[in-house]
Design a protein around this ligand. Structure first.
Ligand SMILES: Cc1cc2nc3c(=O)[nH]c(=O)nc-3n(C[C@H](O)[C@H](O)[C@H](O)COP(=O)(O)O)c2cc1C
Length: 390
């Protein structure tokens, strides 16, 4: 049998602390600490606990060249093959090999792939977790985390500060001032189709395109994008837009059109709440936008590149700012969050985690008349009075 090691694997010596009654009674701290080696390989669904022998044996094989595994002890060989850490040409390990080769073909920079995979959630209720940890109030934050670093860095200057002018506000200043993360959507009011279409046109449509070479097309959009590749796709969860049936859609930037996708396995409002990790205040938005970078498009150029993942995340940030400002301009509320359950979204929209999985969710719609949950509006530009804390 020929084998090679998977293309991307890192090992972590993870320490776990647990209560140790015997240790406490013997005069110790009452905490037992144990360490174990975990293999973090993004092509695998889970991290794998490994022995030092398994780790050492795996490290002896090339990720590129096939070689014989004759010298490896049988139990270690079968464990490494079954887990998918070692890839073989044997038909019975074909599914492990296929998963590894799918990941290999995407050209991820290995450290970024590990971070991406390890930071994806499924079934997380971030609201309940924050409440459990007492981190959902300022008092709780202070108790748990202490005082934060100051709001602004204080540097020693090499001369006196130079005061700058503050010219009178123009229309862009006024727009920027009015942008405030919306956590109070009107749960009844639908969004007019014209406003919905205008938002998508401004934020996600291709305003032009250039065929730069055979099979190489560059889109022009209102937002900058690393390499001009515009790898981020917009998937939509539409709950209340006049004339658009509630459901899941993929936005098509050339045609400025919606492509309907199969209905999810659960009601839309359930999916919205779960996808947003329990953040019901965002789940009420009439439109949710799932920002899902297509890594193959970016890594076609930036293959195995240490900056490529950063650029993908920054692309999403830029799109989100365009969306927030466009919504503000139209009198709508908008938000973005990274506290999402990627797993639920991937299953609902048919996306593959390391291929075209989501990294953030935004949304927009009409604000409610009353502020039930805190928005950060200290100068009263949205709610007209001193706002609550963030
Ligand atoms: C990347 C990013 C992630 C965010 N995630 C959340 C979130 O999970 N939940 C939430 O309520 N607000 C979230 N926000 C909104 C921030 O809390 C908000 O921007 C901040 O409190 C400042 O308020 P403002 O946007 O109204 O100026 C996020 C904002 C950004 C840019």
């Amino acid at each position: 049998m020929n084998v090679r090691r998977c293309a991307c694997v890192f090992f972590e010596s993870r320490e776990t602390a647990s209560f140790d009654l015997a240790g406490l009674l013997a005069g110790g701290a009452g905490v037992a600490r144990t360490r174990r080696w975990l293999a973090l390989a993004p092509h695998l669904e889970q991290e794998i606990e490994v022995s030092e022998a398994e780790m050492t044996w795996l490290g002896r094989f090339s990720p590129q060249l096939w070689s014989m595994a004759d010298a490896m002890p049988e139990d270690i060989l079968s464990r490494l093959l079954e887990t998918g850490l070692l890839v073989s040409d044997e038909p019975r390990f074909a599914s492990q090999r296929a998963a590894e080769e799918r990941h290999r073909a995407l050209n991820w920079w290995p450290l970024a792939a590990v971070v991406h995979k390890a930071s994806c959630w499924s079934g997380v209720d971030s609201v309940a977790s924050m409440q459990r940890l007492g981190m959902d109030t300022v008092a709780g934050l202070l108790r748990t985390c202490g005082t934060p670093p100051p709001a602004v860095a204080e540097r020693d200057g090499c001369g006196p500060d130079i005061p700058l002018q503050r010219p009178p506000a123009d229309s862009l200043d006024t727009l920027l001032e009015r942008r405030t993360t919306c956590r109070n959507f009107d749960p009844e009011r639908g969004l007019e189709q014209a406003l919905f279409a205008r938002m998508l046109d401004r934020v996600f449509a291709a305003q032009g395109s250039v065929i730069a070479g055979e099979g190489i097309e560059f889109l022009k959009k209102h937002t900058p994008s690393g390499g001009g590749l515009h790898a981020t796709e917009a998937y939509l969860l539409v709950q209340r837009v006049q004339g658009v049936p509630p459901g899941l859609y993929h936005y098509r930037p050339h045609e400025h059109a919606l492509r309907p996708l199969p209905a999810p396995a659960m009601p839309l409002d359930d999916l919205a709440r779960r996808a947003l990790a329990g953040q019901w205040w965002f789940a009420q938005a009439p439109v949710l936008v799932i920002y899902a970078p297509r890594v193959a498009r970016s890594y076609w150029k930036y293959r195995d590149h240490p900056k490529a993942y950063r650029a993908l995340l920054m692309d999403v940030g830029h799109l989100s700012q365009t969306l927030c400002l466009s919504a503000t301009d139209l009198g709508l509320g908008a938000f973005v969050t990274a506290a999402i359950n990627e797993g639920e979204l991937e299953r609902a929209f048919g996306l593959a985690p390391l291929c075209d999985g989501p990294v953030a969710v935004g949304g927009f719609g009409w604000r409610a008349a009353r502020q039930e949950i805190a928005e950060f509006d200290p100068v009263g530009k949205v709610w007209g009075c001193a706002g609550l804390e963030p």
